[in-house]
Design a protein around this ligand. Structure first.
Ligand SMILES: Cc1ncc(COP(=O)(O)O)c(C=O)c1O
Ligand SMILES: [Zn+2]
Length: 395
């Protein structure tokens, strides 16, 4: 059985198709997001073989983009625990509450998934020099996987990115450029460097394979819950790659007969100080506009514009979900709640989910008898410089 049933790339917006044997970024016709497509009829049989496979995201290799397994760069990412959050459940009044703890991924966040996939595929395509802008955790993950695979990593990061992200880039041997601006400014500089120096830019959703890594969260949730899905998934949204990836995974699994037609309601959580997707959702728009003066201590949600906005908004609307904001203070309280009730020290992005859930319960948007999964995307240990002072220690 071949390792991957990847067939081609397809534009998620205009439907144009492309050869997956060539390095590609966005659609050359409309500049929107390209998706990897697979021969799902042939991949469908893999479900019965999963039981004997390694507990990492490459267990879904038939629907992963790397053709030759020797190109896979893995640090054991994925198959993160789903925790029954009984004490927090009692506190917030949501008895079926589940947490998926991505903080235990290599490099301390779910960004490991996207970058394991994208760096591995880049290697398979013969690309050796990578660049990316990052709000923080993605940079650390790219630098780690590039190091493990022997590729060159260049990172452009806002100068106020968390200390841990800067430190890990240096430790992993990446070339780090700190930018006086936001993630979109870093993106411009990364694109310029790519053009000048022949680097391949792995900005999220501006190449097709990071979403393939992130989609494995959707596969895992289904597998870990016995091929069922929760009623609601609450997700801290920056560029939105995770939500886009999971939504794609659910579609692929249904086509392969692994799950039925039911879908979770997908809930986007953003920071009050940076909420382009929530603003577009409330305005009934399919595309978001640049959010002015973005600010939040959750660096992963400090993303004022996202190329995959329409994909995130489509998933929210098709699923009957919603989009809402929380404040930074609420996020910090959420971090304390996850830690003190469940023993999970989460990134502020994860803390945001607890605050959001409280609002969803209060407004009756989510009811007590629904099974809710909070996708806790990273570890609080990567944010000590912001969380310490917010919790009253350090400066
Ligand atoms: C911890 C954490 N959570 C959430 C996000 C947002 O992820 P996405 O781009 O999938 O919306 C990021 C992105 O940097 C992050 O680092
Ligand atoms: Zn297109």
């Amino acid at each position: 059985m071949p390792d991957s049933f990847l067939t081609n790339l397809e534009c998620s917006y205009c439907g144009a198709t492309y050869d997956s044997g060539e390095p590609m970024r966005t659609c050359t016709a409309c500049e929107k997001v390209l998706f990897a497509r697979y021969d799902l009829d042939r991949a469908a049989g893999a479900r019965s073989e999963l039981r004997d496979r390694e507990p990492n995201m490459w267990r879904y290799r038939e629907v992963m983009p790397v053709k030759d397994p020797t190109n896979i760069i893995t640090l054991g990412e994925g198959m993160t625990p789903i925790i029954r959050a009984e004490r927090l459940a009692a506190e917030v009044g949501s008895p079926g509450l589940l947490l998926k703890d991505e903080g235990v991924c290599p490099t301390g966040s779910f960004k490991a998934r996207g970058l394991s996939a994208a760096v591995s595929k880049a290697k398979e395509l013969g690309l050796t020099k990578l660049t990316m802008p990052s709000a923080g955790n993605a940079a650390g993950a790219m630098a780690a996987y590039a190091a493990a695979g022997g590729l060159e990593a260049n990172v452009f990061m806002p100068k106020d990115a968390p200390f841990a992200n800067r430190a890990e880039c240096i430790a992993y041997g990446a070339t780090l450029t700190l930018v006086d601006g936001f993630i979109n400014d870093a993106g411009r500089l990364s694109a310029e460097a790519a053009a000048e120096r022949g680097l391949f830019d792995v900005s999220t959703l501006k190449e097709p394979y990071r979403a393939e890594g992130k989609k494995t969260m959707g596969y895992e949730i289904a597998e870990q819950l016995g091929w069922s899905l929760p009623d609601v998934i609450v997700y801290p949204t920056g560029g939105g790659t995770g939500i886009v990836g999971m939504w794609k995974a659910f579609d692929e699994m249904e086509r392969m007969g692994w799950i039925g037609v039911e879908r979770p309601r997908m809930v986007v959580v953003q920071a009050e100080g940076c909420a382009p997707i929530v603003t577009a959702y409330e305005a009934g728009e399919r595309h978001a506009t640049l959010f002015p003066n973005p600010h939040t201590l959750a660096a992963g949600m400090r993303v004022p514009v996202a190329i995959g906005d329409y994909l995130v908004l489509d998933a929210v609307r098709e699923s009957g979900g919603t989009a809402l904001t929380v404040t930074d203070d609420e996020m910090v309280q959420g971090v304390k709640d996850l830690a003190s009730y469940e023993g999970v020290f989460a990134a502020p992005e994860g803390g945001a989910l607890v605050a959001a859930l409280r609002k969803l319960m209060d407004s009756g948007t989510v009811s007590r008898d629904e099974r809710v999964l909070l996708l806790v995307t990273g570890s609080g240990l990567k944010y000590l410089d912001v969380l310490g002072p917010a919790m009253g220690i350090g400066s």
